[in-house]
Design a protein around this ligand. Sequence first.
Ligand code: BQF
Length: 292
Amino acid sequence: MILLDGKKTSQQVKEEIAAEVKAIRESGGKTPHLAAVIVGNNGASMTYVNHKVKACQMVGFNSSLIHLNEYITEEELLIKIEGLNKNEEIDGFIVQLPLPDHIDEQVILLAIDPIKDVDGFHPTNVGKMALEFPTFIPATPFGILELLKRYSISTDGQHVVVVGRSNIVGKPISVLLSQKADYGNATVTITHSKTRNLTDITKTADIIIMALGVPGFLKGDMVKDGAVIIDVGITRVKDETKKSGFRLSGDVDFETVSVKASHITPVPGGVGPMTIAMLLKNTLLTRTMKRI
Ligand code: BQF
């Protein structure tokens, strides 16, 4: 079994980005600047945005963290987004999800200028992605593709089973892997909580992508020998032995699945760090993205 080391691989990606930043500056170019908006004080969300800010510092990007009170109105948040859209110092920005219940996520995503939408969540960019126009690929699917590429795991003609259908992971990775492209050309089955006889399907998979958010859901008896396992799940589960009071758990029961897998991502240290690195990559791509 080969461990797909997202921590190490993301480090390599970040080193390459740092070298590009250095070259931009040496040729008199502007330092890339990523901004992140966070609403409220959700512990996991705060950790995620902190990862993003720290990663910016590592590669030499400028970054701004805009922390807003959880009771901010939708109108006030829209005004902040309008400010970021207009601010020429900012190359790209993200609005950390999930948002509080009183704010309509769809309204917010529509307000982000697609040219600065480094998460790739704006309908314009989702449409471009589906039609194979150049655009920002959402960071987690982008990270999965990069991890497969760097471990030379071809998806050509492979049966990929995606478990989970979110707009952030399951849906875009299904679209990307079935496209006629490098790191596409797969036969993709998308499954979810209403899928019947899931084990019959996962047992036929060459590659399984778990993006369900249910800790330890995929067990060894659901997987064929030699399958590639990508675990996107990252749930905080109570653990009194940790000083934080929790540990991170993936959607894969690592103990029983790792003995059957040819390759498997750990949690933590798998897809998560790749997500952060590819957000930086998208920020660099703002320099060459066309408004069409
Ligand atoms: C690691 C995310 C669910 C909902 C919203 C490194 C991250 C996580 C884990 C991280 C995630 C998950 C992010 C590790 C960003 C990935 O060492 O294993 C980094 O920061 N992530 C997010 O911004 O929003 C989410 C998961």
